[in-house]
Design a protein around this ligand. Structure first.
Ligand SMILES: Cc1cc2nc3c(=O)[nH]c(=O)nc-3n(C[C@H](O)[C@H](O)[C@H](O)COP(=O)(O)OP(=O)(O)OC[C@H]3O[C@@H](n4cnc5c(N)ncnc54)[C@H](O)[C@@H]3O)c2cc1C
Ligand code: SF4
Length: 331
């Protein structure tokens, strides 16, 4: 057991101040389903936790607005997944949440904490003796010569090929979501697509958040394309598993023809990955199994396989194609 201090924040500014003054070993604590897990594995070793779960104003879910849906960072995954408007008008958002983790976890975990979950790379979670640049910068990357079946095909670097594991961020990227964050110098808004970084030479830096910035809320622009959307997730077993490949798609259709589309892929890249080239492939064309597959191939263009993961290029292309055909049924 490593000792750490624990405090409860009484306001957003109090939380930000407490983390800033606590130094680099201080972390926000939300549902704890990532943080406690990694503390038990000795991968995260905070000296101080600032519990933000008492900040009721960050639990709000507002899906009635005309221009945007608003999800407080501390809203539970299960509550957002079950919101009536989300279920009927934004199925991709709901499905990305209820196809994640287990009901018990979804009841604890928050939608803000979900965005900042860390990779499931076994060498990262396994600790010593495995070299891991993300856990121990400069030590090397065990996955490059090791078992890379679940590792990234897109966005990797010589330093790290860990997959971004979450589902919710993939659907949010497809819907052009934004996040409001609060730091010691004030509030700012970040496009969700810009929040996560590719590893480059510094895989330990996973987002563009400044140290101690608190996610306040996630905002999703209202769009009629929400109804014609799906989150399709392929995994080793039907529930309680991370994605081998996933796709969030939304369509604007005129008859059988695609006016415009949104496509993002998960389980395949080092960060949530918007597949704009795949979207362009479909614009103005009839959506058929053939054109859907062309879009799938475009989404995976540039994929760089290692030794055990090349099968996920075909799997990823098929996942995108199937997602498009599922969404079409909802038009
Ligand atoms: C067995 C298991 C299976 C899972 N399967 C899936 C899956 O299939 N798909 C999926 O998407 N996820 C899955 N997860 C991940 C799970 O969804 C996340 O652990 C959860 O969403 C994290 O939310 P939390 O509130 O518990 O975050 P915490 O663990 O409290 O925090 C996570 C991180 O975010 C930081 N943080 C939390 N809230 C904020 C905030 N508001 N502002 C700034 N920083 C913050 C914390 O400091 C910490 O670093 C699984 C988890 C487990 C344990
Ligand atoms: S892929 Fe990334 S997280 Fe996994 S061992 Fe390599 S550096 Fe570490």
């Amino acid at each position: 057991m490593r000792p750490f201090t624990y405090t409860r924040a009484t306001s957003e500014t109090d939380a930000v101040r407490a983390v800033a003054s606590g130094g680099p070993g201080t972390r926000f604590l939300a549902g704890g389903t990532t943080l406690y897990d990694l503390m038990k594995l000795d991968v995260e070793t905070p000296t101080s936790l600032v519990d933000v779960t008492g900040l009721k104003e960050l639990r709000t879910i507002d899906t009635e607005g005309r221009s945007e849906l608003i999800f407080g960072a501390l809203a539970r995954m299960s509550d957002v997944a079950a919101d009536a408007r989300i279920v009927s008008e934004y199925p991709a958002l709901s499905e990305s949440l209820w196809r994640a983790a287990s009901q018990q976890l979804r009841n604890m975990a928050t939608v803000g904490g979900n965005l900042l979950q860390r990779t499931r790379c076994a060498y990262f979670r396994g600790g010593e003796p495995f070299p891991c640049n993300k856990r121990n910068p400069g030590s090397g990357c065990a996955a490059q010569q090791g078992i890379d079946r679940g590792h990234a095909l897109l966005g990797g670097s010589d330093a790290c090929i860990a997959v971004y594991p979450g589902d919710w961020a993939i659907a949010l990227v497809a819907f052009d979501a934004q996040v409001d964050v609060l730091g010691t110098t004030g509030q700012r808004t970040i496009a969700l697509e810009a929040l996560h970084r590719e590893p480059g030479a510094t895989p330990e830096i996973e987002t563009i958040l400044n140290p101690g910035e608190l996610i306040l809320r996630i905002r999703v622009p209202v769009t009629p394309m929400g109804r014609t959307s799906t989150y399709h997730k392929i995994r080793d077993r039907e529930s309680y598993a991370f994605a081998l490949a996933s796709a969030a798609v939304a369509l604007d259709m005129e008859g059988d023809t695609v006016r415009s589309s949104r496509i993002a892929i998960g389980g395949l890249a080092t960060r949530p990955w918007r597949a704009r080239t795949a979207e362009q492939v479909l614009t103005g064309r009839k959506l058929t199994p053939q054109t859907a597959r062309e879009a799938g191939d475009a989404a995976l263009a540039g994929a760089r396989p290692g030794h055990d993961n090349a099968f996920r290029i075909e799997l990823g292309a098929r996942t995108v194609a199937d997602a498009l055909m599922i969404a079409k049924q909802r038009a």
